[in-house]
Write a protein that binds this ligand. Structure first.
Ligand code: VG1
Ligand code: CO
Length: 543
């Protein structure tokens, strides 16, 4: 087979964001776009010669074609082998696991996660490192750099590899091993959780609904929940991955998983509900008529992880992204373990996990995970919740109520203003940033500003510094808001406003989160002027 050397030139905008490169699918479909980016990845990691990689994705439109390009470029670059999920399918956590299990040199994940899929929607590609985690900023910077200087790439001239049949084949001198996307991951879950106990809980009539939102977790949830744990057929809904996710927006939150919310809040609703995102790394958990905020979910899991076999020895520490509520910090304090605060995005947890400093990590955006892989993991979180429910024999509502009584409650919400003109969003952030030094002591809407800064993170393991990770303003009575721009969108800019208020012990505020937060919402708007600048009456999505 011939290796072709193709002349190309830099394509603008190939800068990886919070989690890989995401663009409109039609942009990815333009000439050389995929090839240029793959070449840049291979350059940034020092070439592919003799290396082994993992390849898979969430099955969205255009993935089959991109998989073939990646295979032919890896073959041309002298890679020894690529392990591919059947039909190029792999959830992000399953890909992370395969990278680690097979001690490979990293992996390519084709996904734009929670962004909708289809020819008119979004596509994405990210590279994970040999530890199974997302490439750190040093590597994504090097990838971007390589996209700006590219002049040619190499690709093998060959027919498509059959990815629909499990087994090994050759592409030039490179081996291609097609594996079942689910088995190894499901086996890993069996080592972490008490499957016999969960089977007994389902056998005793425990009712659950798992909404896979026509994305990648369907096959995983069906195998684990229905086959291995004996949950009734139909427990998993929307379980077949579709190239356009059936037109759904696979973002597991109350807005986009409204069907699930309706079922869970109906009078005869199941005991437990869950949804996951496009690539299976995020989750929403819901009890009977009880919504669990992701920040609370992380805190509850941290407080109860020792109830599951994989975490019996306790946890080493907890990490959360800066905008995530401090609920987990209070648990860490009670357990006498360290709590870490990182910038948004899973790539910042990798060093802490590798160094054994933390066992659990989480983000306010419905992502939680542990040291079992180096990605957040939606189904893992669902199984840990199930294990906790089985051990405690309580409902989700009872567990939450007891948790708040013991640790106090961090009222929390995120308000997203989507698809803003980029200049407008930048101006809101720049204006507030410029005022930060003068804010302490200012009284706004009855609240006094205590501190105001632009979050910068120094990685405690390798000393690398990441600046401009979100503007945060805290008030003297302990509440705060954070503003940052999304790094995963593909249309205009999305402004995220994160709001938090801590109330110690039973508070009489009830379950009216937005009401409890209303003083902070007003103060944030008065300081940042979001409504005035955008002309909008309120956020597009509230979680
Ligand atoms: C969002 C979330 C962030 C998450 C990221 C990737 O990023 O806020 O917490 O890590 O998506 O998740 P941003 O920059 O848009 O706020 V996923 O499931 O898209 O890989
Ligand atoms: Co995701």
């Amino acid at each position: 087979m011939t290796i072709l050397t193709v002349t190309t030139q830099p394509i603008e905008g190939q800068k990886p964001g919070t989690s890989g490169l995401r663009k409109k699918t039609r942009v990815f479909m333009t000439t050389h776009f995929v090839e240029n980016f793959v070449h840049a990845i291979l350059t940034a990691i020092g070439g592919a010669a003799e290396k082994t990689f993992v390849l898979g994705g969430d099955g969205r439109y255009f993935s089959p074609q991109v998989a073939q390009v990646i295979l032919r470029m890896c073959a041309a670059a002298g890679a020894a082998k690529v392990i591919v999920g059947r039909d190029a399918l792999l959830s992000t956590p399953a890909a992370s696991h395969l990278i680690r299990l097979n001690k490979t040199d990293g992996g390519f994940i084709m996904s734009a996660s929670h962004n909708p899929g289809g020819i008119e929607e979004d596509f994405g590609l990210k590279f994970n490192m040999p530890n199974g985690g997302p490439a750190p900023e040093s590597v994504t910077d090097a990838i971007f750099e390589a996209t700006t200087t590219i002049s040619e790439y190499r690709i093998l001239e060959a027919h498509d590899v059959d990815l629909s049949t499990i087994g090994e084949s050759s592409l030039g001198d490179m081996k291609v091993e097609v594996v079942d996307p689910v088995t190894d991951y499901a086996n890993l879950m069996e080592t972490l959780f008490d499957f016999p106990k969960l089977r007994a809980m389902f056998a005793a009539g425990f009712r659950m609904r798992f909404d896979a939102m026509c994305a990648i977790t369907g096959p995983y949830a069906t195998e684990i929940l229905e086959r291995r744990l004996g949950a009734p057929t139909g427990t998993v809904v929307n379980g077949t991955p579709l190239p356009d996710f059936g037109g759904m927006h696979p973002d597991p939150n109350p807005t986009w998983a409204k069907d699930l919310m309706d079922v869970m809040f109906a009078p005869d609703g199941p005991d437990f509900g869950a949804a996951s995102d496009g690539d299976g790394d995020r989750n929403m958990v819901v009890g009977k008529a009880t919504y669990v905020s992701p920040s609370d979910s992380l805190a509850v899991l941290a407080a109860n992880a020792h109830l599951a076999p994989g975490y019996r020895g306790g946890i080493a520490g907890v990490a959360r992204s800066m905008p995530t509520s401090a609920a987990a910090d209070r648990v860490a304090e009670a357990l006498g373990v360290e709590a870490y605060e990182t910038p948004t995005g899973w790539k910042f947890f990798g060093n802490l996990l590798d160094a054994g400093k933390v066992t659990l990590c989480g983000e306010e955006s419905f992502g939680t995970g542990s040291n079992h892989v180096r990605e957040k993991d939606g189904l893992w979180a669902v199984l840990l919740w199930l294990n906790v429910l089985a051990e405690r024999g309580q409902t989700v509502a009872e567990i939450l109520t007891e948790h708040w009584a013991r640790f106090g409650r961090n009222y929390y919400s995120r308000h997203d203003y989507e698809a803003l003109p980029i200049d407008q969003a930048n101006a809101i952030v720049e204006n507030l940033r410029a005022r930060l030094p003068d804010l302490p002591g200012t009284v706004v809407e009855g609240l006094t500003v205590a501190t105001a800064d632009d979050f910068a993170y120094t990685d405690p393991v390798d000393g690398s510094v990441s600046e401009h990770q979100g503007l945060r303003v805290t008030f003297t009575e302990g509440s705060r808001f954070v503003i940052r721009l999304s790094g995963t969108g593909t249309e205009g800019a999305t402004l995220r406003l994160y709001l938090e208020r801590y109330v110690h012990g039973p508070d009489g505020l009830g379950d009216v989160v937005q009401q409890a937060l209303s003083p902070i919402i007003k103060a944030a708007d008065s300081l940042a002027g979001i409504k005035a600048a955008t002309g909008r009456q309120g956020p597009d999505v509230v979680t």
